[in-house]
Design a protein around this ligand. Sequence first.
Ligand code: ADE
Ligand code: ZN
Length: 346
Amino acid sequence: MNFAAVSPERLPDLLRAMPKTELHMHIEGSLEPELIFQMAKRNQVQIPYSSVDVLRAAYAFTDLQSFLDIYYAGASVLLHEPDFYDMAWAYFLKAQADNVVHAELFFDPQTHTARQVPMATVINGLHRACVDAQTKLGISASLIMCFLRHLSEEDALQTLQEAKPYLDKIIGVGLDSSEQGHPPEKFERVFAQARALGLHVVAHAGEEGPPAYIWGALDVLKAERIDHGVQAMHDTALMQRLAQERIPLTVCPLSNQKLCVFPNLADHNLGAMLDQGLCVMLNSDDPAYFGGYLNDNYLQTFAALPLTATHAYQLACNSFEASFVPEPQKQAWRTQLDACFKLYGA
Ligand code: ADE
Ligand code: ZN
């Protein structure tokens, strides 16, 4: 592949067109203000914002917690199975427009079961949308159930128990919510149980928290991927391990900017991580809250950093490599990617 032959003017269109996976997207974080208000009305749920514009104006975050407070308030409008379906379907339409070929979606059941929404309602609604994404849009999609780390391990164990009738509808478990003060070690037993059930395991670590949380996610939880992981740059030994073992980091630049992890996109360490051989790729995290879906992440990050067609190819390849699908499928996507790059002169 002759990457140097791709002219810089055509790079944005190539970024839009190239096939890619999305591996770090909280489906509750794709709930747009308009849909929040629509669902609040149809479900007769009170929300403490008078209009779409007032709600959107509140999206001025200073750190992870300031975002999570609004994110959980937004999720409170989800009550019935069609709500979960509609939310996921709206995301899949955006994903299709961004040439996403495969998505592994996070969901936070504890946010819903705490409001007496049954686990069946959550999983069946999301799963039905995943099935339709495949049949109607040609996007393969699967679900990863996250435990909220600000809650207790007992709550997480109970949640795994409640999910047991639906294990055919989820591919793995993850760990999200408030990071600082809630190290991975708190969830050692529930992750061991999930692994024994044959589930994949991933964990948010090193978003705001220290590199020690990434070590913990790897060594104690046996995480196969690290979500965010951008703080790894402060630990040389950890960077070496991540590179050597090709442990993927699902990086979310617009999220990092909006939550003040980096002051500006131009300060993001994505380029440095790529150049050090890490298996990183781009993701949108909570696109309705952070000002952009997957292609917005690609376009804005490439506009802010000195990245080239070579980096674009590497990011797309990494997004395939890091996904939980069989190797022949990854190879098929690489072939598609090569054809796309050829169209753009490579
Ligand atoms: N839940 C939704 N988005 C999250 C993020 N960026 N970090 C931790 N938990 C989350
Ligand atoms: Zn996340």
